[in-house]
Design a protein around this ligand. Sequence first.
Ligand SMILES: [Zn+2]
Ligand SMILES: [Zn+2]
Length: 316
Amino acid sequence: MDRPSRSLKEELHQAPTHEIPSLGCALERRSSCCDGIGYRLQPKGSLTHAELCSCVQECASCFGQNRRMVDGVAKTCRTPAPSRVVTLINNATLPARYSGARLDSFSNFTGNGRDIVQRVSHWKDDFQLDKPRGLLLSGPVGVGKTYLLAALAKSFAAKGVSVRFVDFFQLLLALKAGYAEDKNEAGLLNEMIEVDILMIDELGKGRCSDWELSVLDQLVMGRYNRNKIIVASTNYSLKPLTRVNTHNVSLDGTGSSSTFDLDTSESLEKRITSRVFSRLCETSDFIELKGEDFRRLSNQEKAQQLRAPTAGRRPV
Ligand SMILES: [Zn+2]
Ligand SMILES: [Zn+2]
């Protein structure tokens, strides 16, 4: 289940009457089965699986068609239709582990998590598909970057925006496998280029061989040229490479000059090339998440996190 059920008291209070079609679509009654969103999410294998809720399928008013006649006029029950959201979520290939992820359920507040959830929520609220702005979340292992990505993916799908969630390393493996088997790997790459929002988890992970970097370049440039953004997480630093001219700089421009890089060991720019990083800089907001590895906290420490004051949290 994606949302908490309402209390029995609330349910009885509104009770009514699913037998009487004139009261409208099941979606309008916000049934506790799905809290009125019309679909349910659950882990299935390694992915999050969405399906239409039975309250919609059995709706005596629209029979699950999301359209019904009101006073002789055809009316849409909900936009986007729950069936479309189901398709979008299933196409998003979200990891099963994060089927319940929601921004307002984020709970790693060992670092700046509370502030970051606010900033990510603002970014999401300001997002416009015709003038999109990307997002790059950096931070150490276990602070909750993937959780935030998955929560964002779900809320975009719920608004009717197509999303695809990929682990960078797994994507490269899939593309390589397609190439090795002489399948058309361009098909997969094109899917990643065409989707409204591409979410890349662990950007920069892997060997970053020339082949891998050329694939990443195609992907990022393909989306850039279509004015489509990327939302990504990375363990690497977002600090730009600092290039400084050193010795042998000739004043007349005829001599040789050399450059070297400072602080490059953990830099995303070094991992993914300056050309790709530059496109991301231009099109994305950068947010750095700090904190401890939530997976390593004891249950007691996790409980303390959940008891921490929630003031300032925004509904998602
Ligand atoms: Zn309906
Ligand atoms: Zn339902």
